[in-house]
Design a protein. Structure first.
Lengths: 416, 279
């Protein structure tokens, strides 16, 4: 395939058909088409509406706790400088964490949920459905549904229900109904299928609150825009704190909403190296990973064309990751486009590497990161020692890791 | 270009009865059994055959067709084998129209041009691809029409008069009216509403309108067929196969015979449909 010419801006997508190059689109059943056209119409109305923006900003500030801090991770920086010295390199960039873990509900997911619940309210919808993997999005969706008085059904793979039980309990406390999905491997992909089946059945009154920057147009665009607050803040904060842009920014990519939220405002800052981290699972040789952009091929699933893990017959594979939030065989379409255009580099991190970074961050920073975020930190641990001391790296600490302590304990052979 | 679908629909119109359109899952539970089911369909009174192409993530299908697709995939079915099955069927039947029904990704991975070439060679007459709405016509619909294969579109209760012309624009063969919102295999919709919807669609097109989703019995086929040009039955057939499979997938009776018994009854239903209309 011909490489597309480098565009003047990487921030103009998608086009009117919802395409980012060959990626994205609206691959949905006819029953859903009028709904996503209606959603697009409302989205186009609100995205430049000052009243909508004001309401969202007010909630983000007073309910979610934004802006999230940009924190100089001094302990990790010091540790990685020691690693650098031990290797005889004498370097080690300054590491900053964008603290999305400090948001209400404990992750970046609330940014998107607040935006979409206001949209659902404007559209006059009566019922919220959502899918969730790690449960972070399910909790955020259940939270905003409680806050705005909507009944809420969350679809969650049965495997994830088992490995993320604290979040399941949180959702139930918040008044949501959690419906376990046993199809497939019982993970995020299967939860998304079931949410789509619900939506196609309850078209009149139901709003589908998608948790990541994927699915049919306009979801990838609107989720990105709601999450871009991460990158907009981080860019202003680093300019204020360091007087210049970072050299490298890093975020973990499952569906890719925290990553696109951080990356998008930096896409046209050509000097900023942007790295997305895929779940390398137990290695890319077999099928026990979720590195769709490193080991998959373009295909069509869940309403969009994007990189997917699939076999030669076009059947979707289940993949594996220690992190339920990254355990998805696809990725948001804009990431696929950024990959092919070469603007963003996507690299895998293994389960073990993420686990080490999880332990390290907890010890040297006193911060328990989500296993998803630990993937991004693990890559910083790899590259920072070889960087210069005057260089700057921002890692998106997309969520807190309290939900993962059971998984980590069992990985470490401990019972709690 | 006149296809087997056009010829069959014209013939049934002349006979004054609706078509019985039967869906089965290719490769369920294995290649040979599925081929024997396919061969049994026209003998039992089916007028058009819809061949399900199994997909790992059938987002618009209910539990019965999901399970059938998974059984087929477990049995080793692939798109290559589905096309082979159509060709095997064609060797003994050059009249019954075959419509492939499924999702886009296996076709996309197979390659659209190669797929259309091989589909024609296998005697395929039409395609129903659930996740390709008119907005994505450049992907497969237009190439299929150019290649001489009917692209059959689904119209649904959410397709209003404003949208209907867009849905019908590149549709050929027949229009498949999905009689309710929801996944396959759900309860039958209000028949009065279905009749009104068929009338509404016919106000926009000369194409035959076939109605599906929820038809399970001969009586239902008779009532729906009173107003529609065709009645689509899918989940009931897939269930007839599942009902003769044991817990480990072993056959407890002949699936082709089970399907034939069901389809014969449905066939009686559609053949008495216009009598129902006259009542």
């Amino acid at each position: 395939m011909d490489q597309p010419a480098t565009p003047n801006s990487f921030r103009t997508g998608p086009d009117e058909q919802g395409m980012f190059g060959i990626f994205g689109g609206r691959f949905v059943a006819e029953t859903l088409m009028p709904l996503i056209l209606d959603l697009e119409r409302h989205w186009n109305e609100v995205k430049n509406d000052p009243d909508f923006k004001a309401e969202l900003t007010d909630l983000s500030t007073h309910y979610a706790g934004r802006p999230s801090k940009l924190y100089f991770a001094e302990g990790l920086t010091k540790h990685l400088r020691e690693v650098s010295s031990a290797k005889g390199l004498g370097g080690g960039a300054k590491v900053y964490f964008k603290r999305e873990d400090l948001n209400h509900t404990g992750s970046h997911k609330i940014n998107n949920c607040l935006g979409q619940i206001l949209l659902a309210k404007r559209m006059g919808k009566k019922r919220i459905i959502a899918e969730t993997g790690a449960g972070q999005h399910g909790v955020a969706a259940a939270t905003v549904a409680a806050r705005f008085g909507f009944p809420c059904v969350v679809y969650m793979g049965a495997t994830d229900v088992a490995r993320q039980s604290p979040n399941v309990f949180r959702m139930k406390l918040l008044g949501a109904e959690v419906r376990p999905v046993t199809a497939g491997h019982g993970t995020l992909k299967d939860a998304m299928n079931e949410a789509l089946r619900d939506w196609v059945t309850n078209v009149e009154d139901t709003y589908y609150l998608i948790g990541t920057a994927a699915g049919p147009h306009p979801y990838p665009e609107l989720v990105r825009d709601f999450q871009s607050v991460i990158g907009i803040e981080a860019r202003a904060q680093i300019l204020e704190q360091e007087g210049r842009l970072p050299d490298t920014i890093i975020a973990a990519v499952g569906g890719g909403s925290n990553a696109i939220g951080l990356f998008h405002p930096f896409l046209d800052d050509k000097e900023v190296h942007i790295i997305g981290i895929e779940a390398g699972g137990r290695g890319l040789d077999g099928i026990e990973h979720c590195a769709s952009m490193n080991a998959g091929a373009p295909g069509v699933l869940h309403g969009n064309r994007t990189y997917l893990l699939q076999n030669a017959d076009g059947q979707i594979l289940d993949g594996h990751s220690i992190s339920a939030g990254l355990d998805y065989p696809g990725v948001g379409p804009e990431h696929s486009w950024l990959r092919d255009s070469g603007r963003v580099e996507y690299v895998p991190i293994l389960d073990d590497e993420a686990l080490e970074a999880f332990k390290l961050t907890t010890r040297v920073e006193g911060i328990i990161p989500a296993l998803e975020s630990a993937h991004a930190i693990a890559h910083a641990v790899k590259i920072v020692p070889a960087m210069d001391k005057d260089q700057i790296v921002i890692v998106n600490l997309s969520g807190r890791g309290d939900k993962d302590v059971h998984t980590v304990a069992s990985m470490l052979g401990m019972e709690i | 270009m006149v296809t087997r679908i056009d010829r069959r629909m014209a013939k049934l119109k002349a006979e004054g009865r609706p078509a019985l359109v039967t869906y089965f899952m290719s490769g369920d539970p294995d290649y040979d059994t599925a081929l024997s089911i396919m061969k049994a369909l026209p003998k039992a009174g089916a007028d058009v055959i819809e061949m399900g192409m199994p997909f790992s993530d059938p987002m618009a299908d209910g539990p019965a067709i999901q399970a059938a697709g998974l059984r087929a995939l477990k049995g080793g079915q692939t798109l290559v084998k589905t096309l082979q099955m159509a060709a095997d069927f064609r060797a003994g039947d050059n009249e019954t129209p075959i419509v492939l029904m499924g999702y886009y990704n296996p076709i996309y991975i197979y390659g659209v041009d190669r797929f259309l070439r091989d589909a024609i060679a296998s005697g395929i007459d039409g395609l129903i691809v659930v996740d390709l709405p008119p907005e994505m016509d450049e992907e497969l619909c237009i190439p299929a029409l150019k290649a001489g294969i009917n692209f059959i579109r689904l119209a649904t209760p959410t397709t209003d008069d404003k949208r209907l012309p867009k849905v019908l624009q590149n549709t050929s063969g027949f229009v498949y009216y999905v009689s309710m919102t929801g996944i396959t295999g759900s309860a039958l919709a209000d028949t009065g509403k279905v009749a009104a919807a068929v009338k509404r669609i016919k106000g926009h097109t000369d194409l035959p309108v076939c109605v599906g989703f929820g038809v399970k019995t001969a009586e239902q086929a008779r009532i729906i067929g009173a107003n529609a040009d065709g009645v689509v039955v899918g989940t009931a057939i897939v269930n007839a196969v599942a009902n003769v499979l044991g817990p480990k997938g072993e056959k407890t009776a002949d699936p082709a015979e089970a399907v034939a018994t069901l389809v014969s009854g449905l066939s009686q239903g559609v053949r008495s449909a216009r009598l129902a209309a006259a009542e």
